[in-house]
Design a binder for this molecule. Sequence first.
Ligand code: FAD
Length: 545
Amino acid sequence: MSSVSRGSLPGVTERERAASALEAETFDLAIIGGGITGAGLAREAGLRGLSVALFESEDFASGTSSRSSKLIHGGLRYLALGDVALVRESALERKVIFRLAPHLAERRWMVLPVHSRTALLKFRAAITTYEKLGAVERDDLHQNWGEDELAREEPELDRSEWRFACAYREYLTDDARLVLANLRSAAGLGMHALNRAPVTQIAVENGRASGVTAKCRLTGREIRVRARCVVNAAGAWVEAVRRLEDASAPPLLHLSKGVHIGIPATRLPVRNLLLLNTDDRRGVFALRRDEIVFVGTTDTTYGHGADLWPRVLRADVEYLLTPLAHYFRDAKIEIEDVRTAWAGLRPLVAEPGKPPTDISRKDEILMGRGGVVTIAGGKLTGYRPMALRTLEKVAEVLGRELPQAGEGGPLPGGDFAGELPGLTHELERQHGLARPTAQRLARLYGSEAHEVVSLGSESLAPGAPVIAGEVDWAVTREAAVGVEDVLYRRTRVALFEPDARRASAGPIARRMQALLGWSDAKTSEELAHAESRLAGDLDFGSAPA
Ligand code: FAD
């Protein structure tokens, strides 16, 4: 296996130097958008020796790539659509991600509870076909659970209704951390990237895109970068970016809002990933991660344009609570039990006349008038194959073949033997950490958790599972520039730690103040912003969806 490539992303104190470096050379590739699509492309381009500049208008992964269900899908869902190639691609791809970053591809059972043996047999036929097509390995083959096993695994399920289950493998990832790992790997291969730097113009010379202008929100500096090829990987914002190249570019996307809610595991003691049927014949997941079970997702047309923070509405929450009442009758989960929530926008490639649930999740690659390559749609799961397809277009623009490259070495944090339980145990033993802290750090940072702990292992606040070293790591390696970045996309406390999300904000702000020399006024401003964001997550209002 090749060695791990790991760089750092430029933090607040390195912005000027990073901006000057960006202006100093002509890049092969300028990428607009720092979600999984842009990050995956940057790494694959780097593996092929291309020089890459990447700009993200807000924070890395602040768009859809921090709001997903966080599953590396094996592709079973594509079987129903008859898309055999996609089944194979997804099943094989999750193995690659597992090899590159075992901490970001945790093998978990997806449990489909059913009423009867007949239903179980029907599902089993489909899953067996899927496992053959996807060359699913022995360890990952499905299991059929009878009444006793189901009672042992999911004791709170209403057993008068749900007596059997098929358990098949899905892999749980951490979307935002997968983005950061790809970006840091790309940085190790020479990529230059800036967050808080929206691209405001695409330069065109002789009818061809020749670079971009980005504005650094922190310093106010305009950065002009020359590039032989420009890729628009702006997710829900691809249309706005296309119009920078061609003001008359036609609409492309159908945005669909997807909501997740988080319920403390003490209230909803789910152990695996459960697949629950809804009244409108969709499926929603209930997934355990740390102290939270998150339930999602909705799939509704979003007509307000590409918002960074689409609101979670009462109707969304009620929709997600309904199946819980069917499957966990005794738990009696109420809206007041919801302690975290997030919404994201799916940038689906529009298919006129179809509702969002029927629109394909396939990606589409378009070449603009000035040669800007736009990649739209797709899934987190397929980010590598999407990057490879995009590179074929990039090669056309560059007018040369790109060298072959393998899958590369592990992503940062991915170079450890075995799986998460082994790493968790090692962290407990070597650093005297409590099991929940060790488990959490292993998931977030993989083998790099040792370095994170060495930066400060003390808990930031009583009851807060975040350790001090995480803030330093986020600021110095992962370009976190505000408290929100650390809470939402580096430590994930805002999503997965219901008891600590508010308690952590103040200590994170004070640690950042010390690291970055913030004034008291700046620290208070940062804290107020983070607190209002945390409160906003749970302000469901009463408006209809
Ligand atoms: P984004 O992550 O949105 O990235 C685009 C970035 O471009 C943004 O960060 C934005 O700020 C930036 N940008 C915009 N304009 C500019 C500009 N002018 N200059 C610079 N930067 C700019 N997929 C799966 O495989 N598994 C799942 O379980 C799954 N669950 C999902 C659940 C939900 C609710 C949703 C909504 C999606 C889910 N998906 C899932 C799909 C997956 O999350 C998306 O396909 C993926 O995250 C899209 O990534 P992206 O990089 O294209 O977009």
